[in-house]
Design a protein around this ligand. Structure first.
Ligand code: FEO
Length: 396
């Protein structure tokens, strides 16, 4: 499949309707994804990014229908991760001398992946590549989200090829932002940000300010996943600026695991108390052992506070609670509050273990947490309701 974005620009990519997990098994993609490659024609022709290696055969065949491969003068590798560079070996087998433009970190990553001495041209921010009447201007974007990440701006057509930034894991035959369901689009965009870019929010903020200061017109933002932003393209830039600034909605997310429903009953009583104390606050509960961890991370991202619960087992916590806490730690959330809870039978360490993990992860503890023995009694349930109320009032 290929389609024209403008007379001189074509999308040549792969819409992956089947994809349900990305980054190995790490990231859920309920709506599939796409790998977007762009062909820019002028007096010279540039190909921007490729697709995941498993689709390299069909990619190169589709590309041949658009242009004789030897007429591609430049390959731009904005990012070396395999979902965008994976078709390079197949492509370069046909055009081995064609220069590949990338950052210096991109060169290291591409060599590390493919062990080939292709004709690399290392670019820095502000470097330009003339295509004839128009030129590509390169913008390094280190750690958004790999050290090698780069964006390319096509002056004259006012198009930012942003690679992963501003992307979404969506498969759609409707490849423009104004044609797809807006709730789905922004759900996937925020999920992408929360799960991938959260640790780099300071760099996102800095890069957006740097690009805005260039004061160049942007008519289209063409990311490497999902739909192209053509209607009000800067809306996603503004969203990123908002998300990069210690983002939080009026939400409390309660994450727990449970063995015999004691910790679940505590979670539900805490939620009841929080809602009674502040009817305006959104409270969401997730049994983490039964929930998609990336969806839960997105809810954490949207929350001003999280409450994490587990019963005590072997003087520690259940493995699903431990796993989500590990994920949360790596994402380096800022300016969020938290507390722990859990039921226990004899030793009862879970609340302390969770509190310590939350503190290590940069969360400000609201209190010492709450633990209740065995199956919560009516009095224990009342304690949990009171706990929920206190949390909600503290957050008001
Ligand atoms: Fe879509 Fe970082 O690769």
């Amino acid at each position: 499949m290929a389609f024209r974005i403008k007379d001189n620009i074509s999308w040549i990519g792969k819409i992956d309707w089947e994809l349900r997990k990305f980054h190995g098994e790490e990231y859920s993609t309920h709506r599939g994804s796409s790998y977007n490659s762009y062909l820019v024609r002028d007096e010279k022709t540039a190909l921007i990014d490729t697709v995941w290696g498993k689709f390299s055969g069909e990619f190169v065949e589709n590309l041949k229908k658009e242009i004789p491969l030897e007429k591609i003068n430049f390959v731009i590798a904005n990012h070396a991760e395999s979902d965008h560079s994976g078709a390079l070996p197949e492509l370069m087998r046909h055009i081995p001398d064609t220069p590949i433009y990338c950052t210096s970190n991109g060169l290291n990553s591409l060599k590390g992946h493919y062990h080939q001495n292709w004709n690399f041209k290392v670019m820095k921010t502000g470097d330009k590549l003339s295509l004839g009447s128009k030129e590509l201007i390169f913008i390094e974007a280190p750690m958004l989200h790999w050290p090698d990440s780069m964006m390319s701006y096509l002056a004259g057509d006012n198009i930012l090829f942003s690679n992963d930034a501003f992307g979404q894991h969506i498969a759609s035959e409707l490849m423009y932002n104004d044609l797809v369901d807006q709730a789905e689009l922004f759900q996937e965009a925020i999920k992408y940000y929360a799960n991938i870019l959260t640790p780099f929010s300071m760099l996102v903020d800095r890069k957006i300010k740097e690009v805005v200061a260039l004061n160049v017109p942007v008519d289209l933002i063409c990311p490497s996943h999902g739909v192209i932003w053509r209607k009000d393209p800067l809306q996603i830039v503004n969203k990123y600026a908002q998300w990069a600034g210690n983002y939080a909605e009026n939400q409390i997310t309660i994450i727990y695991d449970t063995m015999w429903d004691g910790t679940r009953r505590m979670a539900e009583a805490i939620a009841k108390g929080a809602t009674e104390a502040d009817p305006t606050v959104t409270v969401k509960l997730f049994n983490i052992a039964r929930s998609d961890k990336n969806d839960v991370i997105t809810e954490v991202f949207k929350s001003k506070a999280i409450l994490v619960g587990s019963p005590t087992i072997n003087q520690g916590i259940l493995s699903a609670s431990a796993a989500i806490l590990e994920e949360i730690k790596g994402l380096k959330f800022k300016n969020k509050k938290a507390a722990a809870f859990g039921s226990y039978g004899w030793s009862g360490e879970s609340v302390k273990v969770i509190s310590n993990r939350l503190t290590e992860s940069g969360f400000q503890l609201l209190n010492d947490g709450i633990r209740e023995k065995w199956n919560p009694s009516a009095e224990s349930v009342e304690n949990c309701i009171r706990f929920g109320k206190e949390v909600a009032l503290d957050l008001k």
